[in-house]
Design a protein around this ligand. Structure first.
Ligand code: A2P
Length: 298
């Protein structure tokens, strides 16, 4: 269950929709909630979790909440206060996973998307290893049960893994991953290092032109996914999610629609054959949907 948006200016979630969606998701059986400070809805996520605990439906330890360190907060001295701010908003004592959202840093300050007079993002010299040490301290302090990263490539992962005196390695790397962008090399590298890949946009995104490459065809219209779905009486979305979990990729589908939230959970009562897995893997186009304006060079 992903509760997200990519740039507050464009993707603010309508008030209350996140609260309702998280409650429906928890009732449906979801336990992994993918959030972030920059989604501006952590207060709703926290409220949903607390209400469900109060109802006696779940215990805190049943929930796996992932929070994210934003780009403006990479300086080591900002890491713990930033996580503490998230915990205050959530009204929780700890997050289950805290991850560095992106490997590149922005200029610290109140502006979450700092830009210069030409409208270009203002980056900040960053030492990822120093940021990582501050993340390790958050884990040692019990504020995060586990720590990880997001949008890291192999070189950036290696920088952390090879850091002298590494205390805790990243447990996961959250990256875009779905049948059109299967990330075979990164997946293999992460497997070798016991790093779980968490796949965002597992359904091919919401195709919002402000941050999505819409020239790439819609994943859920894919004939192969639909034909395989027909065989199992499942939708293309369910087949795409099943494909990912069957190859060991954690999925965080996003939906604010109760029916689709439930649909995306109905993926544990069928399995794809080896042939079908190969057929779907062959759909890989090596093209990402998510065109974050903040990718370097963009
Ligand atoms: P909605 O919120 O209206 O359900 P991703 O997880 O890859 O980022 O995709 C999210 C997009 O996919 C959202 O636009 C969401 O819209 C839509 N979506 C979520 N679940 C399904 C589904 N089962 N079938 C079709 N579209 C879906």
């Amino acid at each position: 269950m992903q509760c997200y948006m990519h740039d507050s200016a464009y993707h603010e979630t309508p008030k209350g929709s996140c609260l309702e969606s998280v409650k429906i998701a928890i009732d449906t059986g979801y336990r992994h909630i993918d959030g972030a400070f920059v989604y501006f809805n952590e207060h709703e996520v926290g409220q949903a979790i607390r209400e469900k605990i109060a109802e006696g439906r779940i215990k805190r330890e049943d929930i796996f909440y992932c929070g994210k360190l934003w780009n403006t907060c990479h300086p080591p001295e900002l890491v713990r206060p930033t996580l503490e701010k998230t915990l205050k908003i959530l009204q929780l004592d700890y997050v289950d996973l805290y991850i560095i959202e992106l490997p590149m840093a922005f200029k610290p300050g109140d502006a979450l998307y700092p830009k210069d007079e030409n409208g270009k993002f203002i980056y900040h010299e960053t030492d990822l290893c120093a940021t990582w040490e501050a993340m390790e301290a958050c884990k040692d302090a019990g504020l995060a049960k586990s720590i990880g990263v997001s949008n890291f490539n192999r070189r950036q992962l290696e920088m952390i893994l090879n850091k002298p005196g590494l205390k805790h390695k990243p447990v996961s790397n959250q990256v875009e991953c779905h049948p059109y962008f299967t990330q075979p090399k990164l997946l293999e590298f992460c497997r070798q290092h016991d790093i779980v890949i968490v796949g965002y946009s597992p359904l091919g995104t919401s195709r919002d032109e402000t941050w999505v490459n819409v020239s790439s065809p819609p994943l859920l219209k894919d004939p192969v996914l639909n034909a395989i779905g027909k065989k199992y009486n499942k939708t293309a979305a369910q087949v795409a999610l099943r494909f990912s979990i069957q190859r060991g990729v954690v999925v965080i589908p996003k939906s604010f629609n109760p029916q689709r939230i439930r649909e995306n959970f109905q993926i544990f009562d069928f399995s794809l054959t080896d042939e079908e897995m190969k057929e779907i893997a062959a759909l890989n186009k090596n093209v990402r949907y998510v065109e974050l304006l903040i990718w370097p060079g963009a």
